[in-house]
Design a binder for this molecule. Structure first.
Ligand code: ADP
Ligand code: MG
Length: 730
């Protein structure tokens, strides 16, 4: 009677390892070969065109329409040499994945001949029929058109025989329907604001770009076992499953040797990434069994976001070749660590300075201090918005679950920098300028912090927003997230803060303060004002929850609660004043997020119902029948006295099964009724709230009984692969 589960196990055990050879031993031989990067551009474009394009990429200028035809020709020539037949505008709608619609290069002519064509207008703008992508009410159905427009700052690339052109995606009326559009605007805002502040320290700075280095966590599960779990297939997470006898408590997986099949997968993934110019550098096992991480060298934020989206896509494709499935969900397995995506962020100048790296001399130290304090102040003022940008159905399982930062946003900077800020507050006086010695001392102190101490600041892994030596690390981002969500917020709030800083400092200078004194005074003011957001202790502890409450920090436990912030005046004003998003765009995003949340919970709820009814209850009843047969059999051959003791356990088990069957059945039915009621609600926010409070709360009740049944029922007939099989089977 081999069940699906045993067939899947058999298949997974018999897999062989697929080893793929790199095109060359030297990565530099094939790095970026599938990218229309500067090298390819230089080769395929006349030199003045090349210069114009590079210039506009670097300075964010528009490429003149009349030149785009030439760019398109160069791109086509390059792509066709690589046997490419189709092209697509590659964009990032609010679904969280990437979207593409393929068009062939070929075009029939009147005389029955066919040519390959790709001209400027096809490169620059397309009108995909994307009327079913989420838009939060922006795109009216009668105006269902959405446009994609070329983003020259992220280079085109090839996947298979397809040329992919990174684009933004906007409505007919020009409103953003994607992640990239507001991201580019936020990056532009932080560039301008940061350059203005840099001018206090170095007049030569003309451009500041945000840098992002993400760390992507994921699980690898055998394809057959995955397919035998409808919950994994449909929701990306297991809705049932008892903890295995052995979990992650031995920590034997973390940084352990990588299993062969996973290793072969990573190897091929890295080859594909390298060809696409994604500089993946680090790979290792993560805390949970079958959990891994991959991280690249950091890049300019827009490119890094594209690369992360691309990576998630390629991971899925490569995994299938290895008979594996990548599970990116934030919490695929209960009681086992979930996956996140740390976003390491900093600002970097065109003069080669990392603005969050303590400098080598007093001047750059003051600059560092300014950017450090302003970032802390920005997080302090907009902690709710930061919480909101990581609010998804999946991430809700992680935040505050003692494996990921809590749902309370705080900043960790380490003991040395804390001392520094304390000194600053103590020494700087509002009524009197600092002496030259005092200034030098304050500035030098930063430089004196040994690098090793700064490097070690990330030892506090419980902080959601930690300074790690030369960057901040936002650790509460979910593993499936488009990094733009976090990057839009961080860069916007810092841009806003830096603008305020410039205003405040200039104000004091106008009143007669020397520049340095003005900067010190304002930094002191900000340090005091933002003190509450700084927390150096254990973010996982219960004391912190109490302490944070006392400090007045928000603790938004659920996603719908957190998403409310997007509709606040503060958030709307922020985005509007920076030109990142209009109020309509921000509110549309809130609506999309609430809708997505409600939809995901609805799907999970349906899967739970289906699995309970089709898989779990029939199995439970089957086993109960076995027990009943056993009891009747015993009764027919034993004396009454013998029977009473011999059938005792079986009778208890029969009753126990009935109890769980009853709970599962009634709760599932109640859940269906709730769904029916909630689905009729018009308002997406209300629907999200109700799904969170009324439907999701039943998941655990059902799961508890199902997991108990898993422990009770004969292993031979249990229909779903168990955790120990999913997680400990390489
Ligand atoms: P962890 O200890 O959290 O695993 P790692 O040192 O492995 O951290 O990874 C740090 C990440 O930070 C890498 O992706 C790296 O590229 C990135 N990073 C380093 N410097 C910067 C920077 N200036 N800006 C953005 N990201 C950075
Ligand atoms: Mg990290």
């Amino acid at each position: 009677m081999p069940t699906i589960r045993f067939k899947a196990l058999e298949a997974s055990m018999s897999r062989s390892v697929r080893e793929v050879e790199a095109p060359s031993d030297k990565i530099s031989d094939y790095y970026g070969t599938n990218v229309f990067d500067r090298k390819a551009m230089a080769e395929y474009m006349p030199s003045d065109l090349y210069k114009t394009v590079i210039n506009s990429i670097e300075n964010g200028n528009r490429i003149e329409r009349k030149l785009t035809g030439n760019v398109a020709s160069a791109m086509k020539a390059w792509a066709m040499e690589k046997k490419v037949t189709h092209y697509t505008h590659w964009f990032q709608p609010l679904t969280g994945t990437t979207a593409e619609k393929h068009d062939a290069f070929f075009e029939p002519l009147n005389d029955n001949n066919v040519i390959e064509r790709f001209d400027g207008s096809q490169l620059v703008q397309q009108e995909p029929d994307a009327s079913s992508l989420p838009n939060g009410g922006i795109r009216n159905t009668f105006e269902a058109r959405g446009y994609t427009a070329w983003d020259p700052s992220s280079p085109a690339f090839i996947i298979g025989k397809l040329l992919c052109i990174p684009t933004i995606y906007i409505s007919y009326t020009g409103e953003a329907l994607d992640y990239k559009t507001p991201l580019l605007k936020a990056l532009n805002a932080v560039d301008k604001a940061a350059v203005d502040v840099c001018k206090y320290f170095d007049k030569n700075v003309k451009k500041v770009h945000a840098t992002l280095g993400w760390e992507q966590e994921y699980f690898l599960i055998d394809k057959a076992l995955f397919a035998a779990r409808p919950d994994l297939v449909l929701t990306g997470r297991t809705v049932f499953g008892h903890s295995p006898a052995k979990g992650q408590e031995l920590d034997d997986h973390y940084f352990g040797s990588i299993p062969d099949r996973a290793h072969a997968f990573m190897n091929e993934l890295e080859i594909e990434c390298m060809k696409l110019g994604i500089p993946v550098k680090t790979r290792h096992n993560e805390v949970a069994p079958n959990q891994f991480e991959c991280a690249p060298v950091y890049e300019e934020a827009n490119l890094a976001v594209d690369h992360n989206q691309l990576l998630m896509d390629i991971m899925g494709k490569v995994a299938r070749k290895h008979n594996l499935r990548v599970v990116l969900h934030e919490k695929p397995f209960a009681n086992v660590n979930g996956s996140g995506k740390h976003n390491n962020w900093s600002l970097s100048t065109d003069t080669g300075v990392n603005l969050l790296s303590p400098g080598k001399n007093p001047k750059s130290n003051l600059q560092f201090l300014a950017f450090l304090v302003n970032t802390i102040k920005a997080v302090h003022d907009y902690e709710r918005l930061l919480r909101a940008c990581i609010a998804t159905a999946g991430n809700e399982h992680r935040l505050g679950a003692n494996e990921a930062p809590p749902a309370i946003i705080s900043v960790f900077i380490g003991a040395e920098l804390t001392k520094m800020l304390d000194q600053l507050v103590k020494k700087v006086r509002d009524d009197k300028a600092l002496t030259a010695d005092e200034k030098t001392e304050l500035k030098l102190n930063i430089g004196k912090i040994p690098e090793i101490l700064l490097d070690n600041t990330d030892r506090n892994r419980t902080s959601p927003f930690a300074f790690t030596g030369n960057k901040f690390e936002f650790r509460a981002v979910g593993s499936t997230a488009n990094c733009s969500s976090a990057m839009i917020v961080i860069n916007s709030i810092v841009a806003n803060q830096l603008k305020q800083f410039k205003k405040d400092v200039d104000n004091l200078i106008a009143k007669g303060d020397k520049k340095d004194d003005a900067i010190f005074k304002i930094l002191k003011k900000y340090t005091i004002a933002s003190k509450n957001i700084r927390f150096e202790g254990n973010g996982y502890g219960d004391e912190w929850v109490k302490e944070a409450e006392k400090r007045g920090l928000s603790h938004l436990r659920t996603s719908p609660q957190a998403l409310k912030e997007l509709g606040s005046k503060k958030a709307l004003d922020l985005y509007e004043s920076l030109g990142v998003m209009s109020n309509r765009e921000t509110l549309a995003r809130q609506e999309v997020a609430n809708e997505l949340y409600a939809n995901l919970i609805r799907i999970e709820s349906r899967v739970i119902g289906d699995l309970a009814k089709n898989h779990i209850l029939p199995t439970a009843l089957k086993y109960q029948n076995d027990l009943i047969a056993n009891v009747s059999g015993l009764k027919s051959i034993l004396t009454d006295k013998e029977f009473a003791s011999a059938a005792k356990v079986q009778r208890e088990m029969i009753l126990e099964i009935s109890k769980h069957v009853e709970i599962i059945k009634t709760t599932t039915e109640k859940m269906i009724e709730e769904r029916k009621r909630i689905n009729k609600l018009e308002n997406p926010e209300e629907r999200a709230n109700e799904y969170c409070d009324k439907v999701k709360t039943m998941f655990d009740v059902i799961r508890y009984s199902v997991d108990k049944l898993e422990l009770t029922i004969d292993d031979e007939i249990w229909p779903l692969p168990k955790y120990r099989e999913l997680l400990f089977n390489h």
